[in-house]
Design a protein around this ligand. Sequence first.
Ligand code: FAD
Length: 288
Amino acid sequence: MGSVRKLYNEGKQVLSCEIYPPKKEDEFVNIYSKLDSLASLNLDFVSVTYGAGGSNAGKAVEIADYAKNKAGLEVVSHITSVGFTKEKLEEGLDKFKAIGIDNILVLRGDRPKIMTDDEFNSRDFIHASDMAKFIKDKGMDFTLLGACYPHKHPEAISEEDDVRNTKIKVENGCEVLISQLFFDNEYFRRLREKLLKIGVTVPISAGIMPITSAKQLGTTVTLSGTTVPEELSEIIAKYGDKPEEMKKYGIDYAIRQALELKQEGVDGLHFYIMNKPDLAEAMINAVR
Ligand code: FAD
């Protein structure tokens, strides 16, 4: 079994990238050549996202299948429970198992706009940890991963509460955590210390996103609730309307973030590359 948990035991820093199924059909064709490019970088794994409510379920399976069985990459498939009954979840997981996927990132997902209050409140799985427990109780043979949040999850009452909830994920079967992206390493360090303090010792990969445009930064901050350090704001102010320079300095910022964490002995670095292999290449080459 290709459990990614074992990679973290080998004492090296695990390098991974996130890929998402493109929304437009014409972009979908390119995703395969992008996966081939990623394969040439000797990544430890790619993770493939999943739409909340299963909106792109078929495509996520197709991409995971190509990544694993054609490009030869190790794969972590994301799965979001928000739109799933227990039966549907089992069906979904069977599809991943059938194509040889051994690693699942369990996520709640965000509430789809069309979901009514009644539907949202009567779900089979309220939290990602409930889904982790279900999968483990059923004896399904997957290595489970979970998400964690350096700036706390936006819905969490407090950082302490969010950290305790992350611990439940681990107690229910998640063997590795991948963090939400952040631009200030101090938030990641704080989260790691807080988790350690309450006995969470599983490996944590740090989520790093190279920012290559002012628009991307705006969307990212809105979606993730991440704060922007002064240095990055200055880069945007100076180069926001100069695409080439913006890309260069944005990548440079992310590289410095990654190198600092590498030197501190981070368990893994997970790059949010917006489906752009050139960003993966720049990051991987810099940290290797
Ligand atoms: P949960 O762990 O359920 O947490 C949600 C909230 O509930 C938090 O505030 C938490 O503190 C609280 N909570 C958790 N457990 C408990 C408990 N037992 N009791 C009480 N409160 C609890 N979204 C997608 O749609 N598709 C993706 O592929 C995807 N990939 C992602 C990958 C990563 C690495 C990350 C960090 C996020 C990803 N997301 C994805 C976004 C994610 O779905 C959202 O952040 C979502 O709002 C929360 O998901 P979660 O699994 O962290 O939820």
